[in-house]
Design a protein around this ligand. Structure first.
Ligand SMILES: CC(=O)N[C@H](C=O)[C@@H](O)[C@H](O)[C@H](O)CO
Ligand SMILES: CC(=O)C(=O)O
Length: 289
């Protein structure tokens, strides 16, 4: 399960309906052009939390149908409706997903005991493995190294997608859990995470910057830090420009420039304005083309 995973974007039409062909094209682009090792389906980047249960299942189905067994597939099933998570976990497992993942339950300030119950309920409902999705800046949920350890006591919980800038915690986690999979979640901090020996990375920008991401990761792992740093600098010029212009809409526009029908965003998330589309084209020409 190690390696570089794109957090898969979803494609919607102007009415907010899933564009199946667009999703297929995004999957193909990631496999054929970005050369990723896997896809993380139904994450933040997939605009998952704005979808109905049926739509979430449909995205899992399309991605699996298009990718087959060409790359590893992780299905993000987390939801504060734990019964929906279980339903989605069963669906993704039946489809043949290599692992499931679940965001920490958010909105209510759940206790750690409640969070633990949530994870065990989800993973104990299926014959599969689970990767915790920790993203404190969006969920408000912070867990300590000891708390991660308590979750990891369930042998079916095999790792974490760590989207945080806390490198002290990341180092403590690496040392404490050498056999668990740790995936870095912030593409702009990949070099620092790779130096701390993560097992891979899962990111939104790999949909358009996959080859550079792999270079950073592999150079860092080989101890070629200066070369890796140069590519991280270029990558971060790109990421800063994308963030400044609107993260997901801009990545979608950059894909559209390459003939991939990444489409609109799902309301209430706004799609790119005409000005943002022009800027996205410039970013594409400057950093990707
Ligand atoms: C919220 C979100 O999208 N997080 C992604 C993964 O965790 C990242 O890939 C970021 O999008 C990326 O690093 C840009 O900040
Ligand atoms: C990795 C991330 O961006 C996601 O959850 O989609």
């Amino acid at each position: 399960m190690k390696g570089i995973y794109s957090a898969l974007l979803a494609s919607f039409d102007e009415q907010g309906k899933i564009n199946e062909q667009g999703v297929r094209e995004i999957v193909r682009h990631n496999i054929d052009k970005m050369m990723v090792d896997g896809l993380y389906v139904g994450g933040s980047t997939g605009e998952n939390f704005m979808l109905s249960t049926e739509e979430k299942k449909q995205i899992f189905e399309i991605a699996k149908d298009e990718a087959g067994s060409e790359v590893k597939l992780i299905a993000q099933v987390g939801s504060i409706n734990v019964y929906e998570s279980i339903d989605l976990a069963k669906h993704a497992t039946a489809l043949g997903y290599d692992a499931i993942s679940a965001v920490t339950p958010f909105y209510y300030k759940f206790s750690f005991e409640e969070i633990k119950d949530y994870y065990n309920m989800i993973i104990d409902s299926v014959d599969n493995r689970l990767i915790i999705y920790s993203i404190p800046f969006l969920t408000g949920v912070d867990m300590s190294v000891e708390q991660f350890g308590e979750l990891f006591e369930n042998p079916k919980i095999i790792g974490v997608k760590f989207t945080a800038a806390d490198f002290f915690l990341l180092e403590r986690m690496r040392k404490a859990y050498p056999d668990k999979l740790i995936f870095a979640g912030f593409d702009e901090m990949m070099l620092s995470a790779a130096v701390l020996d993560v097992d891979g990375a899962i990111g939104s920008t790999f949909n358009v910057n996959g080859p550079r991401a792999r270079q950073i990761y592999e150079l860092a792992k080989a101890g070629k830090i200066e070369e890796a740093r140069e590519i991280q600098h270029t990558t971060n010029d790109l990421i800063a420009a994308i963030l400044d212009n609107g993260l997901y809409p801009t990545i979608k526009c950059i894909l559209e420039e390459q003939g991939v029908h990444a489409g609109c965003c799902r309301k209430p998330m706004a799609s790119a304005t005409p000005e943002a589309r022009i800027r996205a084209r410039e970013i594409y020409k400057q950093y990707i083309k």
